[in-house]
Design a protein around this ligand. Structure first.
Ligand code: IPD
Length: 270
C-alpha cells in the first residue's frame, strides 16, 4: 500500500528517534572503512541504521530496506525504505558543520533504477533543520513550504558539489571542478549531499552536482528538491544517479549540464 502521507509521517518519526541516538553518542570513532581508508563507518552509523531497520521490521514487516551500512533487504509490499543513517559521516567524525539522517520511501520493482520516491525526510544536525516532501504534496522545511527562487545564469550561481572517497575518482572530480569554478559565482563543499540538495530546494544553493552518489545519499533529497520545483537530472538526458546527479533549474541548470557534458564529467568509468 502506498499512502505517501503516512510514509512521510513514519520517515519523520524515525529521523527524530535517530536524532536521539546520535545526540547521545559519546564517542565518535571509526570502527570500519568501506571504499577507501577515508570512507569511514562509526559505531553511530551502525547503531542508527540498526535501530531504523528494527523499527521498520516491527511496523512494516513486508517492506524492503536499503541502507548504507547493511545493504538491501528485499520486501514483498512494493515499498522500500532507503536510509542513510548519517550522511556526512566525516563531518560527524570531526564535529564539523552539519550531518544528516536521510530516510525515503520508494515504490517500484526490485530494480532501484525503476524506483519512484514517494516521501522523504532529511534531518540536519546539530541545527535540527528538517526538510520533508511527499509526492504531489510540496516540499517543506520546518513547516514552511519551499519553492525554488527565480532562475539565474550559471555565472551568478552558487554551486555545491562533493567528492567520492577513491583517489582515481577524486582526480577526475578535481579536473571537472577546475572547469566549473571560473564559470560560476563560487563553489561550496558542505560534505552532506542530502543537505546540499535540500538547500537547492530553498535557494541556499543555486545548483548542486556530484558524481558517485548512492541511492541513500539522494533518494529523500531528490523528492524534496523536485517538489520545490527543482530538477534532478543526469547528463546526456540520462536520469540522475551514480554516474552524475545535477540539481537546479532554469538557465543555470542547462548551462551546468552542458559544461559538465563538455568536460566529460561522466566519461570514464571510475
Ligand atoms: C557522503 C556525503 C558527501 C558526498 C559523498 C557521500 P556519507 O555521504 O554526502 O557530501 O560528497 O559522496 O558519500 O559517506 O557521509 O554517508
Amino acid at each position: 500500500m502506498c499512502d505517501s502521507h503516512a510514509l512521510l509521517a513514519l520517515a519523520v518519526s524515525l529521523a527524530r528517534q535517530a536524532e536521539e541516538i546520535i545526540s547521545c553518542a559519546s564517542e565518535r570513532t571509526v570502527i570500519a572503512t568501506k571504499s577507501s581508508t577515508t570512507d569511514a563507518v562509526t559505531a553511530t552509523d551502525v547503531a542508527v541504521e540498526s535501530f531504523i531497520r528494527d523499527e521498520l521490521g516491527k511496523l512494516r514487516p513486508a517492506d524492503g530496506v536499503l541502507g548504507e551500512e547493511h545493504g538491501l533487504q528485499a520486501g514483498t509490499s512494493g515499498v522500500t525504505w532507503v536510509v542513510d543513517p548519517i550522511d556526512g559521516t566525516v563531518n560527524f567524525l570531526y564535529g564539523l558543520g552539519e550531518y544528516a539522517v536521510s530516510i525515503a520511501a520508494v515504490t517500484g520493482p526490485p530494480n532501484p533504477a525503476q524506483w519512484q520516491v514517494q516521501a522523504g525526510a532529511v534531518l540536519s544536525l546539530p541545527s535540527q533543520r528538517m526538510w520533508t516532501a511527499a509526492r504531489g504534496q510540496g516540499a517543506w522545511r520546518d513547516g514552511v513550504q519551499l519553492s525554488v527562487p527565480p532562475p539565474k545564469p550559471l555565472a551568478e550561481s552558487l554551486v555545491g558539489t562533493g567528492f567520492g572517497y577513491q583517489v582515481a575518482r577524486r582526480t577526475l572530480q578535481g579536473k571537472v571542478l577546475a572547469g566549473v569554478l571560473p564559470a560560476c559565482r563560487d563553489i561550496r563543499r558542505l560534505g552532506v549531499a542530502s543537505v546540499d540538495m535540500c538547500l537547492v530546494a530553498e535557494g541556499g544553493l543555486d545548483l548542486f552536482y556530484e558524481r558517485g552518489l548512492n541511492h541513500w545519499d539522494m533518494a529523500a533529497a531528490s523528492i524534496i528538491a523536485q517538489e520545490a520545483g527543482a530538477k534532478v537530472v543526469g547528463l546526456h538526458n540520462e536520469p540522475a544517479g551514480n554516474t552524475m546527479t545535477v540539481v537546479g533549474h532554469g538557465q543555470a541548470l542547462s548551462e551546468l549540464v552542458a559544461l559538465l557534458e563538455a568536460q566529460g564529467a561522466d566519461d570514464i568509468e571510475i
